[in-house]
Design a protein around this ligand. Sequence first.
Ligand code: ATP
Ligand code: MG
Ligand code: MG
Length: 548
Amino acid sequence: DRPTPTNFIRQIVEDDLASGKHRTVVTRFPPEPNGYLHIGHAKSICLNFGLAQEFGGVCHLRFDDTNPAKEDIEYVEAIERDVRWLGFDWGDKLFHASDYFQQLHDYALHLIRAGKAYVCSLSAEETRAWRGTLTEPGRDSPYRTRSVEENLDLFARMRAGEFPDGAHVLRAKIDMAAPNLNLRDPVLYRIKHAPHPLTGDAWCIYPMYDYAHCVSDALEGITHSLCTLEFEDHRALYDWILDQLPVPCHPRQIEFSRLNLSYTVMSKRRLHELVEGGHVHGWDDPRLPTLSGLRRRGVPAAAIRDFCGRVGVTRKENVIDVVQLETCIREALEQDALRALAVLRPLKVVIENYPADQTDWLDAPNHPQRPELGSRQLPFGREIYIERDDFMLDPPKDFHRLAPGREVRLRFAYFIRCERVVTDPASGQVLELICSYDPATRGGNAPDGRKVKGTLHWADARHAVRAQVRLYDRLFAVPDPAGEADYLAQRNPDSLQVLTDCLLEPALTDASGAYQFERLGYFAPDPDSRPDAPVWNRTVSLRDTWAK
Ligand code: ATP
Ligand code: MG
Ligand code: MG
């Protein structure tokens, strides 16, 4: 990976270490296990784990599991897998907000006793209506003046399960006229009769995010609590809560802008809709910006880390062009992907002057710039296939590929000339080409010095492996689908193209990892592959062909 460019958060950490405010840095990545991680999360992971690594500190993985209705063990497992795949390790620093349920409850008692929290029995709608607006102050709840004793009693009965969901909440007593709406007596606890994946039936009251988050940070000794900009207005509440409680430390919340990517959506709500609505094939659909989708598509983790480093960390909201991600993917794969020949839409070629049962095994380097990656043997015989696009019956002058009477080079093999074209008499469709080859051009050069402009990839009919290849395009046809009223209507109908009769060179049998199919792009095998029925995904094309 290239060196991480500096940013304002890194600068704060550096200053805090230099001034002695902190002796070490402790960060955390706090996902809610209610969905799969996406590339936006990767920005936060790279930032939090990256800072800890760089300054010799630690980064915690903390599941923010305070909403049992929406959370699931499937998501917990997927998140752990994805963070590891991205290249980060939390060691033994795995935590859950639910680890702190007892302490959070005890701190709530502390707030009640200090007159800083009260049980409120307004309905959810009333609470909203009484809260006021940006231009109008809120009104005090009639329950705001409940005595400490009454609050302690009601809170104990909430906890004991005496009341149904929504009957009461515990609220902080701050200021209903505060200009910052987050300070207008925010809810700290709600009643929810739902079993929790980890704590089971132990609790029927659950802490709200704003209460659980800052306390969890403090209990874990987090030094810098990094979050996205939408929490900027929550910082006052983060600080207020910690100021009221005898917590071991008071972490500093610092906000940065979210990563947004063009032509896709990234909120978990929309990703859920896409997955559950069957608009994509699961959370790891290679068209999704999820880490599992990107991994399945063949994107190396290093490309994502590189991308996150390059987009940087600022406080300015913006949308990153997906082309930038594709560039990072190409750059990562260019280095390491082995080369191979594959034909996606085959057109048969018979080389009439080539002996019928002969196979030439041609030596083909695995990487043009890296001889240390070795070479493989490529079979060549009388019947081969080329790409249908590489032939035209009646081509324009600047078509440098195959056409009647024209000569081209076959990659690593020979020059061939198209002698005749076999067409279907009824439809006129080209069925096969009859060609001749020049044995003197083995390896790709003519001893007489004659030149050909085009070099085509090809597959040997007898040895090729038949495969399914999936080509992906952007899931949405507009740059900012989330900004559209009906974002689902903006889906790109051609986001997935499945080609079933592709032909791969035999070296790709049982291959794993990334390959460049010459002239076609970077590809990786899909987990849907079976021993006799391989499936490959195109990770990215060789160039950005979308602009045209
Ligand atoms: P969503 O908006 O998709 O529901 P979230 O913020 O609710 O995402 P969490 O699981 O709470 O999802 O996110 C864990 C961490 O990842 C948080 O600290 C959050 O700020 C960060 N994060 C989420 N989305 C992005 C993003 N697009 N860019 C940068 N950081 C993000
Ligand atoms: Mg969140
Ligand atoms: Mg969210």
